[in-house]
Write a protein that binds this ligand. Structure first.
Ligand code: DSN
Length: 411
């Protein structure tokens, strides 16, 4: 159980404790969030935040790194075991900086990138024009088809025309299996390098519940705090020694300075947890919950992007289903303590600040103990609320239902 913090700075402790209350009282459906264990929390809140150590274990630019060297080595070894991969870098501050370093390790500046479009479920750092990846590289995007599915033949056609130096696969909001083997075939055919960003599905890949990209990709990046349920940050992995050397150079000194050892310790603790059999059980429950949650909406005639889910998340077209924008639906759900995020959907006519969709995921509430029964109940609550958002009586009743459901699974 999480507890309140007591520090001398009352202003900050007040807001931290308010955030704790919010986390305790809200049903958390943001697909990229989770609740870390108390051990992960303690490691990240430790005195390791005091230490500098630019460089890598046994090759630092600072003295006194003998303890943090051990921590970083343990994190690396656990991560390699978790994904059965030869080389790992655990220093990236975030998924975006991991992607920046991984891209730079594979292709020259000004190189051509082909990544999944943002409104199709891709990520800013996969070539979007306002991110470094679209600014410093020539970027192109592939999109999902009219059913919200990746069309590998079409991606091949596009790749043949563009002749990218790098193809990026992986997504922030795609609910179906990603066929890394097919991406590999495409990359091989056009002579491109292949990078997979498994930030969302890392926990599923680690436990064998989503096909692994490692056999097919030059480099694999991820965050550590989504399905992987660790301290916040990024990681980069590869089986290629040359790529590994380049990655290390691009993480430090290329894009970053001193590693955040408190975060690396939190990652290491989480990797240790993920190596336990109970983690696989958790991931299976995440998938079972998402599947039934999604089906329950489908049974009510709600429009699901990409038809169904194979992983931990899915997107609802709230415009078509409830005549609401994603922004409105998010605010309405917030009013009864359910947290989601608005999300662009394929061919969205609304701006990214408004959107026509919401994205929901099951990792966080599964950590809190939700099973199929609770997600069926939750789907009904969401459906009733979004269909009756002007009816005060119904809103009040649903608010009570949410409180009951939430209080049964404390953090
Ligand atoms: N912000 C993350 C997500 O919500 O998916 C991706 O960076």
């Amino acid at each position: 159980m999480y507890s309140e913090i007591k520090i001398k700075d009352k202003k900050i402790s007040n807001w931290i404790n308010k955030e704790l209350k919010r986390q305790k009282e809200h049903i958390e459906l943001i697909a990229s969030e989770n609740y870390v264990s108390n051990d992960v929390l303690k490691a990240t809140g430790s005195i390791l935040t005091n230490k500098y150590g630019e460089g890598y274990p046994n090759k630092r630019y600072y003295g006194g790194c003998e303890n943090v060297d051990q921590i970083e080595n343990i994190a690396i070894e656990r991560l390699k075991k978790l994904f059965n991969v030869k080389y790992a870098n655990v220093q990236s501050y975030s998924g975006s900086t991991a992607n920046a370093a991984a891209i730079a390790a594979l292709i020259p500046k000004d190189g051509k990138i082909l990544g999944m479009g943002l409104s199709s479920g891709g990520h800013l750092s996969h070539g979007y024009k306002i991110s470094f990846s679209g600014y410093f590289y020539k970027s192109y995007s592939y999109d999902v088809d009219e059913n919200g599915l990746l069309d590998y033949d079409k991606i091949l056609e596009q790749a043949k025309k563009i002749k990218p130096d790098l193809i990026i696969c992986g997504a922030s909001a795609y609910s179906r299996i990603i066929d890394f083997k097919k991406f590999h075939k495409i990359a091989k055919e056009v002579g491109a390098k292949l990078m997979a960003d498994i930030a969302h599905i890392a926990g599923l890949v680690a436990t064998g519940l989503h096909p692994s990209p490692f056999e097919f990709c030059d480099v694999v990046t991820s965050t550590t705090h989504k399905t992987l349920r660790g301290a916040r940050g990024g990681i980069i992995m590869t089986n290629n020694e040359e790529v590994a050397k380049n990655v290390d150079k691009w993480v430090f000194p290329g894009y970053q300075g001193g590693p955040l050892f408190h975060q690396i310790a939190g990652k290491a603790v989480a990797f240790g947890e993920a190596l336990k059999p109970s983690f696989k059980k958790y991931q299976q429950q995440v998938i079972n919950n998402a599947s039934i949650f999604c089906q329950e909406f489908k049974n009510k005639g709600i429009k699901i992007i990409s038809e169904k889910t194979d992983n931990h998340l899915f997107m609802i077209d709230v415009k078509q289903s409830f005549n609401l924008t994603g922004k409105q639906a998010t605010e309405i759900l917030k009013s009864i303590n359910i947290t989601v995020n608005k999300n662009s959907i394929p061919n969205d006519l609304e701006s990214p600040q408004i959107t026509s969709g919401i994205r929901v995921g099951t990792p966080a509430m599964t950590t809190r103990g939700f099973k199929e029964k609770e997600f069926i109940k939750l789907a009904n609550i969401i459906y009733l609320l979004l269909s009756n958002y002007k009816n005060k009586k119904i809103i009040n009743e649903l608010k009570k239902e949410v409180k009951k459901l939430n209080d049964k699974f404390p953090i």
